[in-house]
Design a protein around this ligand. Structure first.
Ligand code: DAH
Length: 333
């Protein structure tokens, strides 16, 4: 066997054995490169006589043809395999079901607050807001709650450290005072927001809760307007056949004051009354403190706990469920 035949056989075997395009290229360099045995043979041609040169030239040409054909065929096969592998690894299954995130939604408290505001906005009220860190002036003084008034202790006020006379508002009633000191009657506002008291959390108490405050001040406003408004509110929130009942109560900022119960019909003919809010006719002192003439104007006000409405409407038995952010609970609403 001539050297060229041996080189040809080696080369064909190496080409067949190359598993990747890189390996194939290494074969090419090894067999035909500058330092290959073949290059040495080619260089020796100039020492041959014309006859021998011609014979060797033909052998080399034949080798090149054979090598190139085998190389090209293998190259094509390996390139196709590489492309297949890449396509396979980058495959997108367009029929696979998408990974769905469960849709989000407003928290139950947000839903109920929005519904409550909608009812009042539908009656012509505007929405007003005030700060959660509030001065004692608005939270207490302008609302006729004096420094030594027992209501001030009952409210378990959280004071803000490092500030004189700043509290986390204990109710949304200070927003009434903010509205009355800046707007002239007629006034009809609802004031939603968070409120704070130094209460330990249990099934019916939370140190953070929320209220919607209502205030109407105009000429000739009476308790009948209050009653009609709260009856309409109760029916829109709890059902068209609800009745309400006003029970005498006391708040420093209203006179007279009333707690309002809404009727319910439970299972098995079981019926009764549930307290939903505090209300009353704005105390003339409060009007005067806020710069409104109590001889000309009267008004009513109310404060509704949003958690309480949400719990009554949706049979939530523990107020803490409204703050725990347990997805299983929240998904129910
Ligand atoms: N601010 C009272 C509370 O948090 C609720 C309330 C009662 C608000 C009577 C009022 C009202 O506006 O007239 O307990």
């Amino acid at each position: 066997m001539s050297d060229i035949d041996r080189i040809t056989q080696d080369a064909l075997e190496a080409i067949a054995a190359a598993g990747t395009l890189d390996e194939l290229d290494e074969v090419r360099v090894r067999v035909t490169g500058k330092r290959s045995e073949l290059a040495g043979i080619q260089a020796s041609m100039r020492d041959l006589d014309p006859e021998g040169r011609k014979a060797l030239g033909q052998q080399l040409n034949a080798f090149r043809g054979t090598f190139q054909a085998a190389f090209d065929a293998r190259h094509e096969a390996l390139a196709a395999a590489a492309l297949d592998a890449q396509l396979e690894s980058e495959r997108l299954d367009l029929t696979a079901p998408p990974r769905r995130l469960p849709p989000g939604r407003p928290h139950l408290l947000t839903q109920v607050e929005q519904e409550m505001l909608d009812v009042f906005v539908g009656m012509g009220y505007r929405v007003a807001e005030g700060p959660e860190a509030e001065s004692g002036t608005y939270n207490f003084d302008l609302l006729n709650i004096e420094a030594d008034h027992p209501a001030r202790q009952e409210m378990d006020t959280i004071y803000v450290d490092g500030f004189d006379d700043v509290v986390l508002r204990t109710h949304t009633s200070p927003v009434q005072a903010r509205v009355m000191t800046t707007q002239a009657p007629p006034i009809a506002v609802v004031c939603p927001g968070r409120t704070y008291r130094a209460d330990a959390a249990d099934a019916t108490h939370s140190p953070v809760f929320s209220q919607v405050e209502g205030l109407v001040v105009a000429e000739g406003i009476t308790m009948a307007d209050l009653r009609g408004t709260l009856l309409e509110f109760s029916r829109r929130m709890f059902g068209a056949d609800r009745e309400i009942r006003l029970r005498p109560s006391f708040f420093p900022f209203t006179e007279p004051s009333a707690e309002v119960d809404v009727s319910f019909e439970g299972a098995g003919g079981n019926h009764g009354w549930l307290e939903i809010l505090g209300s009353g006719m704005v105390d003339p002192n409060v009007l005067a403190f806020c710069g409104i003439d109590p001889d000309r104007y009267t008004g009513f006000a109310f404060g509704i706990g949003i958690e309480r409405v949400a719990m009554l409407r949706h049979q939530v038995r523990d107020i803490r469920d409204l703050f725990d952010a347990d997805a299983r609970f929240l998904a129910r609403f």
